[in-house]
Design a protein around this ligand. Structure first.
Ligand code: ZN
Ligand code: ZN
Length: 299
């Protein structure tokens, strides 16, 4: 349970990892985007405009918006040739240096992802369901840290927000990938902000500490419910959460154990069936909002 956040020192900080501004195809300026998230109680934001020539390869310098109670992490959404369906790659990179070099025209998605990881970024496989990213494609992205399992913008735009299926298949292939929810907000014609976020465990609200916690998997994802604790004791998984209608533990293939009820604030689920592969927790509240743990490796 090394990668879970709950027994780590510090507290949870709420953040959005994937956001656009007028520096690419978003509707609000960087300052307006930051103000919107700060006003909603977020602790940090990564502005990740499209790193494309037509936008002059933006890595927006948001350091001026850092305060005692709010911070930013520099990032971008990277692109390059090409998925097996012909689309260009979309790759999230959170924690890039300002001088991250633009790609050569033929630099592939997996190559620029590797370069971003080497430069220190947390690299995410962005919205796989939105553009039918295949398993073969995903397996070529060797240096990703995580998969974007929920994307508010893709959900509201075209009902392709949920990418858990591909993530579970990758986990079944032995890939060690974390899972994050995010908005991909553009603040355009439809509401696409404040629908999915990460809660990152760190001792300080410091961009470096948050980035290290992301790479270590010390976070969970949510659309609303809180995960308060997940720990293994005596062969059982103890989950504590905000009031929920269902608490699920899922694993390899169709392996599953669940508790359903009215305002459940926790569950105790057997771990023995899940030995030999990762498992994960989903909490669903009475309004249908979900919170997801990272994959749990029991070794
Ligand atoms: Zn994208
Ligand atoms: Zn995006």
């Amino acid at each position: 349970m090394q990668n879970l956040p709950f027994d780590k020192p510090g507290r949870f900080f709420k953040g959005n990892l994937h956001t656009h501004s007028t520096r690419s195809d978003g509707g609000l300026s960087p300052g307006e985007v930051v103000a919107a998230y700060r006003a909603r109680g977020y602790d940090f934001l990564s502005l990740t405009d499209h790193f494309l020539e037509k936008y002059d390869f933006p890595i927006v310098d948001t350091t001026a918006y850092r305060e005692d109670q709010f911070t930013t992490i520099l990032g971008a959404e990277l692109h390059g040739p090409t998925l097996e369906n012909g689309d260009p790659w979309h790759i999230l990179a959170v924690g890039l240096p300002l001088d991250f070099p633009p790609p050569a025209p033929d630099e592939t998605g997996p190559a620029i992802a590797s370069r971003a990881a080497a430069a220190g970024a947390f690299v995410g496989i962005a919205h796989p369901a939105w553009y039918s990213l295949s398993l073969d494609d995903a397996l070529t992205l060797a240096d990703a840290h995580a998969v974007e399992i929920y994307n508010t913008g893709c959900d509201r735009e075209i009902d392709r927000g949920d990418s858990w299926h591909l993530t579970d298949v990758l986990l079944g292939r032995g890939k060690r990938l974390f899972a994050y929810a995010t908005d991909d907000a553009h603040f355009g014609e439809r509401p696409d902000a404040f629908g999915g976020w990460v809660q990152v465990r760190a001792e300080r609200l410091d961009p470096g500490d948050i980035l290290a916690a992301l790479k270590a998997g010390h976070f969970y994802s949510s659309q609303g419910p809180e995960l308060r604790d997940i720990r293994a004791t005596g062969g059982e998984l103890h989950v504590a959460c905000s009031p929920a209608a269902a608490i699920h533990l899922t694993g390899r293939g169709s392996l599953r154990r669940s508790q359903h009820g009215d305002a459940l604030e926790g569950a105790i689920l057997p771990l023995a069936p899940f030995r030999g592969g990762p498992c994960r927790v989903t909490v669903i509240d009475s309004a249908g909002k979900r919170a997801w743990s990272n994959p749990i490796w029991l070794d």
